[in-house]
Design a protein around this ligand. Structure first.
Ligand SMILES: C[S@@+](CC[C@H](N)C(=O)[O-])C[C@H]1O[C@@H](n2cnc3c(N)ncnc32)[C@H](O)[C@@H]1O
Length: 272
């Protein structure tokens, strides 16, 4: 699949383009436990090859407004923040310049066709984005191609529980709220796809992405009718679903709101 074709046709750009400003000020994207876990993983295992222990070139895939790229800028000489959505890249550039980060550049590309030579990178990161990629397996092929031997992939994303019914509920809900949603995969599936490509998992950390229903629905400009239908489906979900996603109506002034969380795994994998 050529990069040009994917850049022209992507539903993700239609969803994320108009909402780029909202993502740029979204608290859960600006900072959350998954970003902190990525920082800790990269700090614990600095690049062994460089004299100052920083990574050389890093790539952040599905960078959105750039928050993961900015976090990695501290640990890398140069970070290329990759995303197909122009509005997102404009937000990333604006925030990078506000934060006076001179080692972050943006590149308008999809994760499945990277404009980078084979075996040239020390670090690839992606956070809260891989479930949007049109072809997750091609993205992993590309990550393997562009990493140097011993190079590191840090991938943080929401995952589906292993129970089929609960996983189906999560993906159905996400697709109704965001028609560019592709798939939240089970951890067992993700790990076997990485291992198949010689991306050996060396660390995994489990966390949760804590969300409020009203903000979550508004972030993708979900219609009022669909928002109401989704709210009803959260409140009437099975016990297994409510437990898996910690679904809880918010008491008090926000009576219409619901707190919930998606399970999230942060992987560190090394190219063999
Ligand atoms: C939720 S945002 C990412 C958040 C960001 N990584 C962060 O840490 O704040 C998801 C991003 O994935 C991007 N995206 C969708 N499909 C993509 C693809 N095939 N390749 C790369 N990025 C893609 C969207 O344009 C959007 O900016």
């Amino acid at each position: 699949m050529g990069s040009d074709k994917m850049l022209r046709e992507s539903a993700a750009q239609r969803v994320f383009g108009p909402q780029a400003g909202v993502y740029a000020s979204s608290p859960v994207h600006i900072e959350d436990p998954s970003l902190d876990a990525m920082r800790q993983m990269v700090a614990r295992t600095p690049a062994a090859t460089a004299s100052d222990m920083r990574y050389g070139w890093a790539l952040d895939l599905g960078t959105g407004a750039g928050f993961t790229a900015f976090a990695m800028a501290e640990f890398s000489h140069q970070v290329l923040a990759v995303d197909p959505t122009l509005g997102m890249l404009q937000q990333a550039q604006r925030i990078a310049s506000e934060r006076e980060l001179s080692n972050v550049a943006v590149s308008r590309n999809v994760a499945e066709a990277l404009p980078v030579a084979s075996g040239s990178l020390d670090l690839v990161t992606t956070r809260m984005a891989a479930h949007h990629f049109q072809d997750f397996e091609v993205m992993l092929d590309e990550v393997r191609r562009v990493l140097k031997p011993g190079g590191v992939l840090l991938m943080a994303d929401s995952v589906a529980p292993e129970e089929d019914d609960v996983a189906r509920w999560m993906n159905g809900i996400e697709l109704r709220r965001d028609y560019s949603h592709i798939e939240n995969r089970k951890a067992t599936h993700i790990e076997s796809l990485m291992e198949d490509r010689g991306l050996k998992v060396s660390e995994r950390e489990f966390t949760r992405i804590g969300l409020r229903f009203n903000d979550w629905a508004a972030r993708t400009a979900t219609s009022e009718a669909e928002t109401n239908a989704l709210r009803k489906d959260f409140l009437t979900a099975s016990t297994a679903v409510k437990e898996a996603f910690q679904i809880d109506p918010v008491a008090g002034d926000d009576a219409e709101d619901i707190s919930f969380s998606w399970p999230c795994i942060i992987y560190r994998a090394v190219k063999g």
